[in-house]
Ligand binder design. Structure first.
Ligand code: ATP
Length: 377
């Protein structure tokens, strides 16, 4: 049997699908609940993001995985092995801190070799492994430099090379882009993903930056006040948020409060005090007539036009109050008679052209039957 086939045969897909299991994990500080009875299953090789605002408990959960905090209750399993009673240094886990924590007096290669030496690896093997890690992170040419002779992005790659050197089963990243400026961040996000994917390590990262989570993660857990509100792929969370919180946390959204007027198997209509016309949603929801709901529609799904659209539903008339220019697109803010302010994105496909629409113009906003989501929580 070929090596690859053997590897495949030895692989247990069931084991891979729940490689990291967080079971009913709770962390209290005195009487304050920082992480509330949390359950998560993470697949082997995933880059999984814990995303949420300040104080939602994401770092505490990450620290529980690393062994830097002890859960008040619940269990953590990695590759079938319980982690709870293992101290951080005995866990097959490595954490890359936001500050990188590089040794300033050591060269790049000495930094990367440090953990391997501590672990008692033979000298020749250390040299091979360090060379492999430097090649993976494209640092070979910088091996003799010290951290202060490196750019922020290069320092981050050293920290990553060092974290991966021992071949951990799980890599933890705490706000990995926290120390970098915006432009470098965007570039490093993709570089980091490439390196992590090439290494094959399973990764859990913490971030408060939704764009970062969307760019880097295979799946995201959105957290609020110690609880997970939604788990999904970036597009699932963006396109199908299950709550007002999720819809508003990720991206911009026009959120209209209202109630279900007609509830049919394949569509619902919603009336909202913000709109003269009803909202028509082309799929059934598990609701009932009279139920209070919200309807969320993303600005890029809202069309702005001077002429009234032919459709019966899903349109409103208003006045352009603001135009925010973002280079690639502009966001039009349209004030309706009800006072509601609609956002509509307009792709700037040509220079200086917004179809002649400007401040103060009377326009229509409209959207398709499947452009938005109905939210019941
Ligand atoms: P941030 O992005 O601001 O770091 P976070 O989501 O990572 O936020 P945590 O650091 O996990 O939040 O903290 C969650 C809550 O637990 C916060 O209210 C915090 O004040 C509290 N907390 C964290 N560590 C301790 C501690 N050692 N003692 C008491 N309370 C703590």
């Amino acid at each position: 049997m070929a090596v690859a086939e053997q590897a495949l045969a030895a692989k247990d897909p069931a084991k891979d699908s729940d490689y990291l299991r967080i079971v009913d994990v709770r962390k209290e500080f005195d009487s304050f609940v920082a992480v509330d009875d949390t359950n998560l299953t993470i697949r082997k090789g995933e880059i999984f993001a814990l995303l949420g605002g300040s104080g939602c408990g994401k770092s505490t959960l990450l620290r529980c995985l690393g062994g830097f905090e002890k859960p008040t209750s619940g269990k953590i399993f990695l590759d079938g092995q319980i982690m709870n009673d293992l101290p951080p240094y005995e866990r097959p886990i490595n954490m890359m801190f936001q500050s990188y924590a590089l040794f300033p007096h050591m060269t790049v290669e000495q930094n990367v070799a440090f953990g391997l030496k501590q672990g008692g690896m033979a000298k020749a093997q250390i040299a091979d492994r360090v060379a492999e890690m430097l090649s993976l992170t494209q640092l070979t040419k910088l091996a003799r430099r010290k951290p202060h002779q490196l750019s922020g992005g290069q320092q981050q790659r050293v920290a990553l090379a060092r974290s991966l050197a021992k071949g951990p089963k799980l890599l933890l990243l705490d706000e990995p882009m926290g120390a970098l400026d915006k432009k470098l961040r965007n570039q490093m996000q993709l570089e980091l993903v490439n390196i992590i994917e090439t290494s094959g390590v399973t990764c859990v990262m913490v971030t408060h930056d939704q764009e970062e989570a969307m760019t880097m993660a295979t799946r995201i857990a959105l957290m609020e006040t110690g609880r997970i509100r939604q788990v999904g792929t970036p597009d699932e969370i963006y396109e199908s948020p299950t709550s007002r919180f999720a819809a508003e946390f990720i991206g911009s959204v026009n959120m209209l409060e209202g109630r279900i007027d007609q509830d049919h198997a394949d569509y619902v209509t919603i009336v909202s005090p913000s709109l003269e016309k009803a909202i028509y949603v082309g799929h059934g929801i598990s609701g009932f007539e009279g139920q209070e709901v919200a309807f969320g529609v993303r600005p890029e799904k809202v069309i702005i036009s001077k002429d009234e659209p032919a459709q019966q539903y899903n349109k409103a008339r208003g006045k352009i109050e603001d135009i925010a220019y973002f280079g690639s697109h502009s966001v039009f803010h349209v004030r309706l008679a009800s006072g509601f302010r609609f956002m509509s994105n307009f792709a700037n496909q040509q220079r200086w052209a917004s179809e002649g629409m400007t401040w103060g113009d009377e326009v229509w906003v409209s959207w398709g039957d499947n452009a938005g989501v109905v939210l019941t929580s």
